[in-house]
Design a protein around this ligand. Structure first.
Ligand SMILES: CC(C)(COP(=O)(O)OP(=O)(O)OC[C@H]1O[C@@H](n2cnc3c(N)ncnc32)[C@H](O)[C@@H]1OP(=O)(O)O)[C@@H](O)C(=O)NCCC(=O)NCCS
Length: 175
């Protein structure tokens, strides 16, 4: 089951976010840089603030009544390397390790794509760390393509190399 999250889910998102972000990025930066970023981005107050901002659309996916992962997206978010108008940004999609490979990620991503399409958007872009080969392959299965290499500003002292990937709905036959 996929539910759209609201302020009452802040605690769940805080727990899911901290664990899954660390697991996915532990090889991307020194531990102290990751700790600094996570303290800033995934503390409970920060999550509450993000949830209270109507621009952010959070979903939680449950498996057998347990929260297995979450996503965060926003409609009409520009990127300088993307000329397409009215394009959504998939900001975060993370599942707990024990729920990988069950097609829950595919279900959650498809849900976000459908949500975006039904609101007249023309595509979806995202940022992925270059070392996250699992996620890159996963996105490619949906038709996302690398547009440009960029840098993700993790902290004031660490930039992580990343790809900007784009899915153009008009060119996409994958459901
Ligand atoms: C990336 C992630 C969301 C994928 O979700 P998932 O539930 O494990 O993946 P699914 O079971 O839905 O797999 C969907 C498809 O991708 C494929 N896939 C999954 N991992 C893959 C890999 N390493 N290489 C190639 N294809 C892969 C599956 O085979 C499946 O394809 P199929 O339908 O043709 O069999 C999940 O692994 C995750 O949360 N990873 C950690 C967090 C993360 O890195 N998030 C992205 C940050 S940018």
């Amino acid at each position: 089951m996929i539910i759209q999250a609201s302020l009452q889910h802040a605690g769940v998102l805080h727990e899911l976010g901290a664990e899954t972000f660390y697991k996915a990025h532990q090889d991307s930066a020194p531990a102290h840089e990751l700790a600094t970023y996570m303290k800033k981005a995934y503390n409970l107050d920060a999550i509450k603030k993000e949830l209270a901002n109507p621009v952010n659309i959070y979903h939680i996916i449950e498996h057998e009544a347990t929260a297995a992962g979450f996503s965060k997206m926003a409609l009409t978010m520009n990127h300088p390397a993307i000329a397409l108008e009215r394009v959504s940004k998939m900001d975060q999609i993370y599942l707990l390790d024990s729920f990988h490979g069950l097609k829950l990620g595919a279900k959650l991503l498809r849900h976000n794509i459908d949500y975006s399409k039904s609101r007249g958007q023309n595509g979806m872009w995202l940022v992925v760390w270059v070392g996250n080969t699992t996620a890159i392959s996963f996105y490619e299965k949906f038709g996302f393509r690398i547009v440009v290499t960029d840098q993700f500003h993790l902290t004031d002292t660490h930039l992580s190399p990343c790809y900007i990937m784009l899915l153009e709905y008009a060119n996409n036959n994958v459901q």
